[in-house]
Design a protein around this ligand. Structure first.
Ligand SMILES: *Cc1c(COP(=O)(O)O)cnc(C)c1O
Length: 463
């Protein structure tokens, strides 16, 4: 499999090159040159395979510059730290399947891709005998998952920006209590969008990026999308016989559009999907896109689901590329327009096409808390605030009632213990390894919201 940029300005890339390049050098996002399609007997066959087996079957279609043995080995290493043998258990509650994507070491769905990416990067430093510097921005969960995947690695440093006071206590502790010398947590006086903007700007300085071998671990990195495609097929394969081989709806609490984009890719690869439901919080730019045909950037609101407090969804460009019939020219002009006008307007034809793939609902703060409360009272199951937005959407979305619905549970409720407790009066069980973090030393650097300050910080570590 070869890869290209949505903006058409890169040469054909191999898989490992895409991992190292992160954001394409022309400013676009990297996508496969073609999307492989699986037939139904192949997909049905996944139901007798383990998570790791399904991962191998899917990933090997996209990876041809790592041997099968090594790929299998990287996959196996990446899921040993999960606390459930099924990797993703499915719970039936309230007429839904809840897919618990939070059984990895840092308790969010980010572990499913970032433990894999961490091991992949270790393999790349070994193969190529060179050091790498990971740079990323986090609204809380990417940072802890990426740090866990990379801490202590020889020849890899990680610089992770997070918005000061806009992440939960547990998220903060999961990152800042890691004392390994190769881990740098930068606390930025701004929002997540500010952090993401700084990181994007540094990556677009191609000379700086090459000089420091900078690696992106945000969901602009294709390897993350790839690792996420796996679980859409896996989840489908676990329920296929029970639901009778029909299409399903999948509800995804969405921020940067990375998780749900993997679902869209799975659909393109042949998985029977009725609707992908984009669940947003009050930062509902994607809901306004689907419902009103306007993608207009406004200010970020602080909500109880901080991982979704995002305005500019960095993976959206990947979907736009397919929406506009794979035209790079069109993407370049649309993205220029977005930079200039802070909005994109969609015509009816395009919108109809988008609505055939997606529905969308936004959930306000109050409704998210009510959902946690009522779901707990009715079913004895505690939703985290992100998953609560997802579950709430299922009661309001059009076009989903005729098919079984899976809701992605993206975080363990103990990551947002205060919110959950104030919503339903019950403190979620906190795993022991999280409780311990409250008593140990922290290491964090406070920095200004300034590109040059951050570049300088990285330079000083390597002069
Ligand atoms: C990152 C995250 C999301 C948003 O996922 P995207 O891939 O950015 O759309 C939702 N919920 C939780 C708990 C997250 O950590």
């Amino acid at each position: 499999m070869k890869y290209k940029s949505t903006r058409g300005g890169t040469p054909s890339l191999r898989f490992k090159e895409t991992v190292k390049m992160g954001l394409a050098d022309d400013g676009g996002l990297i996508i496969p040159e073609e999307i492989p399609v699986l037939n139904m007997s192949k997909i049905n066959g996944f139901s007798s395979l383990s998570y790791q087996d399904v991962a191998f079957e899917i990933m090997k279609l996209f990876v041809d510059d790592i041997t099968n043995d090594l790929l299998r080995n990287i996959i196996d290493k990446s899921y040993v730290s999960f606390d459930n043998k099924k990797i993703i258990p499915l719970i039936k509650k309230g007429g839904l399947y809840i897919a618990e994507l939070f059984h990895g070491p840092t308790l969010s769905f980010k572990d499913l891709a970032l433990q894999f990416l961490g091991n992949l990067l270790k393999q790349i430093t070994e193969d190529e005998h060179r050091a790498l510097n990971v740079l990323g921005a986090t609204s809380g969960d990417t940072g802890s998952a990426a740090i866990y995947g990379i801490k202590g690695a020889m020849n890899i440093n990680i610089f992770m920006l997070h918005p000061e006071k806009r992440i939960s206590i547990v998220q903060d502790l999961q990152m800042t209590t890691v004392m390994d010398n190769n881990v740098y947590n930068l606390s930025v006086d701004g929002t997540f969008d500010d952090c993401q903007f700084i990181v994007k700007s540094i990556f677009s300085d191609v000379a700086f990026k090459k000089n420091f071998n900078l690696i992106a671990v945000n969901s602009i990195n294709w390897a993350r999308i790839l690792a996420q495609i796996v679980y859409y097929f896996y989840i489908y394969s676990r329920i296929i016989s029970e639901i009778g081989y029909t299409k399903i709806n999948i509800v995804v609490p969405t921020g940067n559009f990375g998780n749900i984009l993997a679902g869209y890719m799975a659909k393109r690869m042949g998985m029977p999907v009725n609707k992908l439901l984009i669940a947003t919080n009050e930062n509902n730019i994607l809901t306004r896109f689907i419902n009103n045909g306007e993608y207009a950037v406004s200010d970020v609101k602080k909500t109880f689901s901080p991982a979704m407090d995002i305005q500019v969804a960095s993976n959206f460009e990947r979907y736009l590329y397919y929406l506009y019939d794979e035209s790079s020219e069109k993407i370049i002009s649309i993205m220029d327009g977005l930079n200039r006008d802070k909005r994109i307007l969609f015509d009816e034809v395009i919108l109809e096409k988008a609505r055939s793939d997606f529905s969308s609902c936004s959930t306000n703060n109050e409704d998210s808390l009510n959902m946690i409360d009522s779901f707990y009272k009715k079913y004895g199951y505690i939703l985290d605030p992100h998953t609560a937005c997802g579950v709430n959407s299922t009661y309001h979305a059009d076009d989903i009632s005729n098919y079984p619905t899976v809701c992605m549970a993206t975080a363990h409720p103990s990551k947002f213990s205060d919110t959950v407790q104030s919503a339903c009066g019950k403190e979620p069980d906190t795993p022991y390894h999280i409780k311990q973090l409250f008593d140990i030393e922290r290491k964090v650097y406070s920095v200004d919201r300034n590109i040059d300050v951050i570049k300088d910080f990285i330079c000083k570590r390597f002069s």
